[in-house]
Design a protein around this ligand. Structure first.
Ligand code: FES
Length: 116
């Protein structure tokens, strides 16, 4: 099972196990289940309140590329976290974005650190 560590300077780090390969559980859902106070509002990839920084802490494997939905791309660009060029480069290199919307990111079989 992947390990997801949620970290915030105001709170103690909390590590939770995610259900591997369910392909249905978003990072925000996981946070809510474990009472981790990740900000959110719309829960539909539009407000940008749930923005988090995600990095891999999995030494065993290479980073997996993640598909950013059109909505997520628009919000991340609007927030100034990604440029159009960044998005194109990530897609071309099949690499994940470090900035994600927790309500849009599906947890996969990879150990990650989530800063919120
Ligand atoms: Fe609004 Fe995620 S809660 S974009």
């Amino acid at each position: 099972m992947p390990l997801v560590t949620f970290s915030n300077p105001e709170y103690k780090d909390k590590t939770v196990y995610a259900v591997a390969g369910s392909h249905t559980e978003t990072l925000l859902k996981l946070a809510k289940e474990h009472k981790i106070p990740v900000h959110h509002d719309c829960q539909d990839g539009e407000c940008g309140n749930c923005i988090v920084r995600v990095s891999s802490v999995d030494s065993k494997q290479q980073r997996m590329g993640y598909h950013l939905t059109d909505k997520e791309q628009t919000v991340l660009r609007h927030l100034g976290k990604l440029t159009k060029e960044d998005i194109e480069r990530l897609a071309l290199d099949d690499m994940p974005s470090e900035w994600r919307l927790a309500c849009q990111m599906i947890v996969r079989d990879e150990d990650i650190l989530v800063e919120y």
